[in-house]
Design a protein around this ligand. Structure first.
Ligand SMILES: C[S@@+](CC[C@H](N)C(=O)[O-])C[C@H]1O[C@@H](n2cnc3c(N)ncnc32)[C@H](O)[C@@H]1O
Length: 395
């Protein structure tokens, strides 16, 4: 990981943009009496309308942006996901797809093209996107890559309240949800909050104010033992994901949600050696650990606790249908067959595809750190993507 001092300097326009956001956040900190919890800081930094990292116009994805996600890296990822969608859509007879946080729209376009090729298009492809800037970008991408399928795509302002049948997709969405930062001390836990010194943001310790956060901490100590959390141990608690799962449960009548992200089951996430948590920032393809700088210009993420997600799903009345690594999921979802269909006489294109497969599946690339969790309702068949390996017993 880089030192923050080694990062490239933003240009003047970007600095002005960041200053605007800083002024707004400082005012909120003052109004709150000197500090806000980190989850609120992260929410403002990423989602403040017009100014937050995901709400404003910066490039973000791909080579010219800050990071590359799997659908940006290769269409193979989306084509494999499409095959898993096909099994569910044909299994339930007919249904829609709903994608959360659709990035540039490339995954939506490739999934639709593959489902068309497989003769299994969904009724509609809904996208729920918090950023109006990204909505426009998604529309543009789909209009360019799959113009004849654009009419099937529908952008939602909120979740359907109930009655959804089909497949829900969320790739690298949960890692972008605001998290609380909790530090363990000899005498209990404190919350790491954000204050300011008149110009820059600084860390402030406060008593843990959220009872929900305290309950989650107590549950972790009961489950894992307090010897895991040595004095100074810093970690994240994602409360937003439980509310998100509850809203999925409320709308899902029949079908499956596939949640893909980097993370671990609880005993690996809250490992005694992981004493500084998993919070990470991305700025122009440099990863570093200081979320208080470059507000509005850099991505802030935390790894996903898949056990907590699965538990939230179970408590919301959903079934946990599968959990495995991205590599095992893609291989079980037809990655090999898609490769076999490629024209090997074009050696350059073939080499490129094999390089993409390596990045998606090798354990030291995305293959092992990224996981796929399937949750659902009223869906009984074994999901194809988990037939090679299902690690639900590790959750
Ligand atoms: C790292 S990007 C991933 C984009 C895309 N899925 C991809 O794989 O390229 C995270 C996305 O999640 C979205 N997001 C975060 N929380 C969300 C929520 N509660 N509902 C919908 N989208 C959300 C953000 O707006 C952003 O577009």
């Amino acid at each position: 990981m880089r030192e923050a001092a080694e990062l490239p300097l933003p240009d003047e326009l970007a600095q002005q943009h960041s200053e605007q956001l800083k002024t707004l956040v400082r005012a909120e900190i003052d109004a709150a009496g000197g500090a806000i919890d980190f989850a609120r800081f992260m929410e403002l930094a990423l989602y403040q309308p017009g100014l937050g990292y995901y709400s404003a116009g910066a490039c973000k994805f791909g080579e010219g942006g800050d990071f590359v996600t799997a659908p940006e890296l290769s269409p193979l990822f989306s084509r494999c996901l499409a095959r898993q969608c096909r099994q569910v859509l044909t299994g339930i007879g007919f249904g829609d797809i709903l994608e959360f946080g659709a990035g540039t729209g490339v995954m939506a376009a490739e999934i639709l093209l593959e489902l068309e090729h497989l003769n299994c298009l969904p009724g509609q492809y809904f996208i729920l996107e918090l950023s109006s800037d990204l909505r426009q970008r998604q529309e543009h991408t789909i209009a360019r890559r799959a113009p004849h399928l654009l009419a099937r795509v529908c952008w939602l302002d909120g979740l359907p309240e109930s009655g959804f049948q089909g497949v829900i997709l969320a790739n690298e969405v949960v890692d972008a949800m605001p998290v609380h930062l909790v530090q363990f001390q000899e005498a209990g836990q404190v919350e790491r909050c954000v204050g300011h010194n008149g110009r820059d943001f600084i860390w402030q310790e406060r008593a843990l104010a959220s009872t929900e956060c305290q309950q989650r901490i107590n549950g972790l100590i009961d489950e894992l033992g307090d010897e895991v959390f040595c004095p100074g141990y810093l970690t994240e608690i994602n409360l937003a994901q439980s509310a998100w799962i509850n809203s999925l449960a409320a709308m899902l009548e029949k079908g499956v949600a596939l949640i893909i992200d980097y993370g671990f089951p609880q005993h690996e996430y809250y490992h005694p050696d992981r004493t500084t948590g998993t919070l990470m920032c991305h700025y122009r393809h440099r990863a570093h650990g200081d979320p208080l700088i470059l507000p509005g210009l850099q991505d802030i993420t935390a790894h996903v606790d898949f056990s907590a997600l699965a538990l939230a799903a179970h408590e919301a009345g959903l079934d946990v249908l599968g959990y495995t690594s991205q590599a095992q999921f893609l291989l079980a979802s037809g990655l090999g067959e898609i490769l076999a269909e490629q024209d090997q006489s074009d050696s350059r294109a073939y080499l490129e595809i094999t390089q993409q497969i390596k990045k998606l599946t090798l354990p030291n690339e995305m293959g092992e750190l990224f996981k796929v969790l399937a949750i659902g309702r009223d869906y009984d068949a074994d999901l194809e993507g988990f037939l090679l390996q299902d690690r639900r017993n590790r959750l």
